[in-house]
Design a protein around this ligand. Structure first.
Ligand code: KIV
Ligand code: ZN
Length: 519
C-alpha cells in the first residue's frame, strides 16, 4: 500500500455499540456491516466474540457475508478470548484478531501484574493469536498514559511476537494533537521493527479532540485511523469516521493522504446508525448534522446564491446529501416513492414497498408536503411484523384543567386490549396506558422529541431508551401527532426488550464482560 494511503478501521459495531444504550440487534449489525463494506471501510471491527453468544453470532455472520473489508474481532489478552475470536472471524475472506491489554500504571494494577509478568503475557498472547491468523492487531490500552520506556518495551515485544498492526489507544481521551503526533513519531523512530508494521490511532473524544488527535497521529506516521460513524462510542465517543475522511479529502493540500471511502455513502450510513443506535445526531454536528449544510442567515444565503463556495468548503453531494426540497405529496405514486427512497439509500423489496406506501399515503393525507426527512423518519419508524405489541388506537384528552387521560387499544400478542389511564400530562398518561395493558418493570432512561421539518404540521421524531434488568433498548417513531409518535416509540422500545427477554441470551451486552478481566 502506498505511503499516503490511510487505512480506515471502523469500530461502530464494537466500541460504538459498547456505549450504554447503543445496543443493536443481530439484524441491525449485519445491515450496518454491509453498509460499511459497501462504502469502502478497510477493516470492520465487528464485535467482541467472547462477550456473549449474540456477539459471537454477529461477528461470524458478518465474517461470512463480508465482501472486501477485513473482519476483525476483539479479544482480551488470554487464550480463551483469542480462540473464541479466531473462531468467529475465520469465516471471513480476510480475518483479523485484535488483542489488547491495559499497560498504564492504573490499568496494570487491575490484574495485579508486574511489568515483567505483563510483558510475558503480551508475548504469549500475541504469539498465540499469530499462530491462528497472519493478521494480528495489538493494543496497549491507555497507551497515552503509559510510561514511555514501558510502552516502547511492550510495543517491541508485540512486534517480535508477530503483531502486524500496533494500535496506540488514547482510551480516556487525554492526549492533545501535538502530543498525539509526537508519540507515534517517536515510537516509529525508537522501537526496533516499527517500520515493519502499521501504526494505528484510536482516540476518544472526552476533551473534544478525537478527530484532531487522529489526524495529528497520521502526520506523525500512523496509517490506520480507528473511528466510528457519527463518533458513536462510550462517554463522549470515538473519532468520527465522517470527520476524518472529509478532513483528509477537503484539506488534502496540507494533509496529502487518501482513504478508500466513498464519501457519498456517508449520510445514508450516518442516518442508519443514528436510527438503530437511538443516538440522534446533534443538528450542528460536523458533516452529518442537519444544519451542516444549511445556510439560513441573510448574508450567507446571498453569498451562496452568487457562488456556493463563499460559505461551503465541500458540496452536500460529496457526503451523499441530496437537495432538501418538497419531494412528494398525496398524488405521488409507488414508483416515484421507490425511486425517491432509493436516492435516500433505502432499497426496498416489493412487499416492504407495499407496506411503506400505505404509511406514506396515511402521512400524505395529514401533511401536504412530504420532504426527504419525512421519508427518512417514515422508514426509521418501521414496526416489525412479528412485534409483540402493536398500537391499534389512541385518544388523548388534555388541557389546562387536567387530569390528562389516554384511552388506548393495544394488540398484545394478537389480542386487542383497551384501557383508559391518567397521568401527569398526555405522554405520561399514554405510557401509563401501555404499562397497564402490558405490565413491565422497564425504566424510562431517555425521552427525546425532535421536529423532522419546519411548520406546525411537521412530524415529530421521538426517541425512547428503556432499561430492564440491565438490558437497554431504544425505540424510535415519527408522526405528525407528538403523543402518537411517543406511544409508538415507547412500544417499539418495549418490543425490543420483550424480544431480547425471549432470546434469553445472558450477557448479550458487551457491557456484561469486563475489559479489565484478563484471566
Ligand atoms: O479505547 C480503547 O482503549 C479500546 C481498546 C479496546 C482498543 O477501545
Ligand atoms: Zn476505545
Amino acid at each position: 500500500m502506498s505511503q499516503d494511503r490511510v487505512v480506515i478501521f471502523d469500530t461502530t459495531l464494537r466500541d460504538g455499540e459498547q456505549s450504554p444504550g447503543a445496543t443493536m440487534t443481530h439484524e441491525e449489525k449485519l445491515e450496518i456491516a454491509e453498509l460499511l463494506d459497501d462504502m469502502g471501510v478497510d477493516i470492520i471491527e465487528a464485535g467482541f466474540p467472547i462477550a456473549s453468544e449474540g456477539d459471537f453470532a454477529a461477528v461470524s455472520e458478518i465474517a461470512k457475508r463480508s465482501k472486501t473489508s477485513v473482519i476483525c474481532g476483539l479479544a482480551r489478552a488470554n487464550f480463551k478470548d483469542i480462540d473464541r475470536c479466531a473462531d468467529a472471524v475465520k469465516h471471513a475472506a480476510k480475518p483479523r484478531i485484535h488483542t489488547f491489554i491495559g499497560t498504564s500504571p492504573l490499568h496494570r494494577a487491575i490484574p495485579n501484574l508486574t511489568k515483567d509478568e505483563m510483558a510475558e503475557r503480551i508475548h504469549d498472547t500475541v504469539t498465540h493469536a499469530r499462530n491462528l491468523t497472519d493478521n494480528v492487531q495489538w493494543s496497549p490500552m491507555d497507551a497515552t498514559r503509559t510510561e514511555w520506556d514501558y510502552l516502547c518495551r511492550v510495543v517491541e515485544i508485540a512486534i517480535k511476537a508477530g503483531a502486524t498492526t500496533i494500535n496506540i489507544p488514547d482510551t480516556v481521551g487525554y492526549t492533545a494533537p501535538r502530543e498525539s503526533a509526537d508519540l507515534i513519531k517517536r515510537l516509529i523512530a525508537t522501537v526496533p521493527g516499527a517500520d515493519e508494521v502499521i501504526f494505528a490511532t484510536h482516540c476518544h473524544n472526552d476533551l473534544g479532540m478525537a478527530t484532531a488527535n487522529a489526524l495529528a497521529a497520521v502526520e506523525g506516521g500512523a496509517r490506520q485511523i480507528e473511528c466510528t460513524i457519527n463518533g458513536l462510542g462510550e462517554r463522549a465517543g470515538n473519532t468520527a469516521l465522517e470527520e476524518v475522511v472529509m478532513a483528509l479529502k477537503v484539506r488534502n493540500d496540507i494533509m496529502p493522504f487518501t482513504t478508500g471511502i466513498d464519501s457519498t455513502k456517508i449520510m445514508n450510513i450516518s442516518r442508519r446508525v443514528a436510527s438503530v443506535s437511538g443516538f440522534l445526531v446533534q443538528p450542528n454536528k460536523a458533516i452529518v448534522g442537519k444544519n451542516a449544510f444549511a445556510h439560513e442567515s441573510g448574508i450567507h444565503q446571498d453569498g451562496m446564491l452568487k457562488n456556493a463556495e463563499t460559505f461551503e468548503i465541500m458540496r452536500p453531494e460529496d457526503v451523499g446529501l441530496s437537495e432538501t426540497n418538497i419531494v412528494m405529496g398525496k398524488h405521488s405514486g409507488r414508483a416515484a416513492l421507490r425511486s425517491k427512497l432509493a436516492d435516500l439509500g433505502f432499497e426496498l423489496g416489493d412487499n416492504e414497498l407495499k407496506d411503506v406506501f400505505v404509511r406514506f399515503k396515511e402521512l400524505a393525507d395529514r401533511k401536504k408536503e412530504i420532504y426527504d426527512d419525512d421519508l427518512i423518519a417514515l422508514m426509521q419508524a418501521n414496526v416489525a411484523n412479528d412485534a409483540a405489541l402493536r398500537l391499534v388506537s389512541l385518544k388523548v384528552v388534555c388541557g389546562t384543567d387536567g387530569p390528562q387521560e389516554a384511552s388506548m387499544v393495544l394488540n398484545v400478542n394478537g389480542t386487542e386490549k383497551s384501557v383508559t389511564a391518567t397521568g401527569d400530562g398526555p405522554v405520561d398518561a399514554t405510557f401509563n396506558a401501555v404499562k397497564q395493558l402490558s405490565p413491565h418493570g422497564a425504566r424510562l432512561q431517555l425521552y427525546q422529541v425532535q421536529a423532522v421539518t419546519q411548520g406546525t404540521d411537521a412530524q415529530a421524531t421521538v426517541n425512547v431508551r428503556m432499561e430492564e434488568d440491565g438490558k437497554i433498548a431504544t425505540g424510535q417513531s415519527a408522526d405528525t401527532d407528538t403523543v402518537v409518535a411517543s406511544a409508538k416509540a415507547y412500544i417499539a422500545a418495549l418490543n425490543r426488550l420483550i424480544a431480547r427477554r425471549d432470546e434469553q441470551q445472558p450477557g448479550y451486552d458487551t457491557k456484561g464482560v469486563s475489559y479489565k478481566d484478563v484471566s
